[in-house]
Design a binder for this molecule. Structure first.
Ligand code: SAH
Length: 223
């Protein structure tokens, strides 16, 4: 498959729906985020190794999670587990998409992408630099344990994780704006938390996915 065929398939399956997300898939090429030995499989709909026991996510899963998250121009998004940087760049494309003129003054799109493996943070940096998102300040890559959230840039409009835990870390809930959304794997499901007020969330669960684990080091907070 090539990128056009992959996108067509994801639209036909009813996964990709939103114009901005479809455009992001067209512009941000997965081939720029895979290892050399897998370039010939870049547009197959399955995960691929990026080393260190981690994978670049399956296109269908990324498309499904992005549609749930619905990133919009101007938003500030926290991404946990940036890996190859592919989802980071897709998010950056969506949030930095030029708004209508009248909104330009308060337009500060930002993706804070957290990764715990130094080599993968560097891999993402190299890959995302093929686009203009790092120099322009839209993407900031951070080497940290993302299960603790990232307080210096909080609160966030949206939070997305590519690594699965047995619960949503409390820091993510606290660092989310009211009205904001978390899309994250919990075990083999994708959960969507919408923050209704300081204490209450609407929760939706979509079953039947698989993810690499979110590494939670000691003392990272509880339910
Ligand atoms: N969307 C990425 C997915 C990478 S796999 C892509 O398509 O390339 C998930 C990533 O989460 C891995 O790189 C892993 O190292 C990272 N990860 C796991 N636990 C983490 C933690 N506590 N903090 C930050 N990153 C974490």
């Amino acid at each position: 498959m090539n990128n056009e065929e992959l996108i067509k398939k994801l639209i036909q399956k009813g996964i990709l729906k939103t114009q901005l997300i479809i455009e992001a898939f067209k512009k941000i090429k997965r081939i720029d985020f895979v290892l050399d030995e897998f370039k010939n499989q870049a547009y197959e709909d399955h995960p691929l190794s990026i080393g260190f026991g981690q994978t670049i996510s399956q296109p269908l899963t990324v498309a499904f999670m992005l549609e749930l998250l619905n990133p919009k121009p101007g938003e500030k998004i926290l991404e946990i587990g940036s890996g190859s940087g592919w989802l980071t760049a897709l998010l950056a494309y969506c949030v930095s998409y030029p708004p209508k003129n009248k909104e330009l003054k308060k337009f500060h799109p930002k993706v804070i992408a957290i990764e715990r493996i130094p080599e993968l943070k560097n891999f993402a940096q190299t890959n995302i630099s093929k686009y203009n998102f790092i120099l322009s300040g839209v993407v900031e890559l951070i080497l940290e344990d993302g299960s603790k959230g990232y307080l210096p840039e909080a609160p966030y409009d949206k939070i997305i994780s590519s690594a699965s835990a047995s619960y949503i870390p409390v820091a993510w809930k606290n660092e989310l704006k009211i009205g904001g959304k978390i899309v994250a794997p919990v075990l083999n499901s994708i959960e969507v938390y919408t923050k209704l007020n300081q204490d209450d969330f609407d929760i939706k669960i979509y079953k039947g996915f698989s993810f690499v684990p979110l590494v939670i080091e000691n003392g990272s907070g509880s339910m």
